[in-house]
Write a protein that binds this ligand. Structure first.
Ligand code: G3H
Ligand code: 13P
Ligand code: ZN
Length: 332
C-alpha cells in the first residue's frame, strides 16, 4: 500500500472548492510519456497552476501503472526543483471502469479516481460509484463519477433517448453515490473528430468547420440543482487548426478534425465546471512538431532531436490552456 500523501500528491477536494469559488477550471492533462509529464510540470510551474495528471486504462497498459506512479512522484520533485515550493499535483485515474481498477490505483498512490458507470443503468451506476466512494474516502482519495453518456450531437439528435445529463437526476445521484465531482454530458466528446461535417457550419472566410454550441442551458440547470458542486467536462480538446494544418502539410491525413471552440471552454471554466480534460490537443501538438521536424531534418534519427521540439510544442499548448482558456494561473 502506497498512499499518495507519501508521494507529495494532493486530492482534488480543496483544489475544486477554490476553483468553483474563483471561477476558473483545473487542467486535467492525460499523460503516457516522460515528455508529456515534463511539459505538464514545466507549464504548471511557470504558470503557478495546480494541475491534474491523469492516467487512462490505455496509458497504464502502454506505460505500466507502477512507472506512471513513480513519474507522478517525480513530477512533484521536479516541480520543486523548478522552484515551486508547494506544488499542487493530483494523480488521477481517468475512466476507471471497475471497482477493482479503482482500488488498485488507490492502493498504489493515486490521489483521485474516476469511476465511469455512465453506460450502466442509473441504479447500477449509483451502486458502483458508492462502492468506490466508500473505499476511496477511507483513504482520503476523491472520486469523480459520470452521469449522462458522452456523445456527439449526432447521437443526441438521432437517438430517441437523450444522452445528455438529466438535470433532474443530479441531486439524487450525487447525494446517494457520495461522489466528490460529477462529469456531465453537454455535447463534448472524445478525440479529434468531435462533430461530423453535417453537424457544423462552414466559416465562409476560412472554409473551416464551425461546430454547434455546447448545451449551456443544461449546464445552467445542473448548477441550479447543485450549487457549488464541482462539475467536470471530458472531451474538451479544441483541436487547434494550426496543428491540424501542420500535420496535414507534412504528410498527415486528418481531414475535418474539429474540437470545442476555446471561447466555449472559457465560458464553462467560469461556471461550476472546475476540471477540464484535455488529451487530444497534446497528441496533436506532439505529432505536428515531430512531422515537421522529420520533414525538415530527414537525416535525424536520435529521438532526442525530435522529442525536444515535441515537448516544447506541448508545453506551449499547456501554457496557453492554463493562461488563456481555463484561468488557473497564479493560484499557487
Ligand atoms: O478518455 C480518453 C482519453 O483521451 C484517454 O485515451 O484511452 O487512448 O489513453 P486512451
Ligand atoms: P479529448 O479527447 O477532447 O482531449 O478528451 C480527453 C478526455 O476527456 C480524457 O478523459
Ligand atoms: Zn474522458
Amino acid at each position: 500500500m502506497t498512499s499518495y500523501k507519501e508521494l507529495g500528491l494532493v486530492n482534488t477536494r480543496e483544489m475544486f472548492a477554490k476553483a468553483v469559488a474563483g471561477g476558473y477550471a483545473i487542467p486535467a492533462f492525460n499523460f503516457n510519456t516522460m515528455e508529456q509529464m515534463q511539459a505538464i510540470v514545466q507549464a504548471a510551474v511557470e504558470c503557478k497552476s495546480p494541475v491534474i495528471m491523469q492516467v487512462s486504462k490505455g496509458a497504464r497498459a502502454y506505460a505500466n501503472g507502477t512507472i506512471l506512479r513513480y513519474m507522478a512522484q517525480g513530477a512533484v520533485e521536479y516541480a520543486k526543483e523548478l522552484g515551486c515550493e508547494n506544488p499542487q499535483i493530483v494523480l488521477h485515474l481517468d475512466h476507471g471502469d471497475s471497482f477493482e481498477i479503482c482500488k488498485e490505483c488507490i492502493d498504489n498512490g493515486f490521489s483521485s479516481v474516476m469511476i465511469d458507470g455512465s453506460h450502466l443503468p442509473y441504479e447500477e451506476n449509483i451502486a458502483l460509484t458508492k462502492k468506490v466512494v466508500d473505499y476511496a474516502h477511507a483513504h482520503d482519495v476523491t472520486v469523480e463519477a459520470e452521469l449522462g453518456v458522452l456523445a456527439g450531437v449526432e447521437d443526441e439528435v438521432s437517438s430517441a433517448v437523450s444522452h445528455y445529463t438529466k438535470p433532474e437526476e443530479v441531486v439524487d445521484f450525487s447525494t446517494r453515490s457520495g461522489c466528490d465531482s460529477l462529469a456531465i454530458s453537454i455535447g463534448t466528446s472524445h478525440g479529434a473528430y468531435k462533430f461530423t461535417r453535417e453537424q457544423c457550419t462552414v466559416d465562409p472566410q476560412t472554409g473551416k468547420l464551425v461546430p454547434p454550441p455546447l448545451a449551456f442551458g443544461i449546464l445552467a440547470e445542473i448548477e441550479k440543482q447543485l450549487p457549488g458542486f464541482p462539475i467536470v467536462l471530458h472531451g474538451s480538446s479544441s483541436v487547434p487548426q494550426d496543428e491540424v494544418d501542420t500535420i496535414n502539410a507534412f504528410g498527415g491525413k486528418l481531414p475535418d478534425a474539429v474540437g470545442i471552440p476555446e471561447e466555449q471552454l472559457r465560458q464553462a471554466s467560469k461556471s461550476a465546471v472546475c476540471k477540464i480534460n484535455i488529451d487530444s490537443d497534446s497528441r496533436l501538438a506532439m505529432t505536428a512538431a515531430i512531422r515537421k521536424h522529420f520533414a525538415e531534418h530527414p537525416d535525424h534519427f536520435d529521438p532526442r532531436q525530435y522529442l525536444k521540439p515535441a515537448r516544447e510544442n506541448m508545453k506551449k499548448m499547456y501554457i496557453h490552456k492554463i493562461m488563456n482558456v481555463l484561468g488557473s494561473n497564479d493560484k499557487l
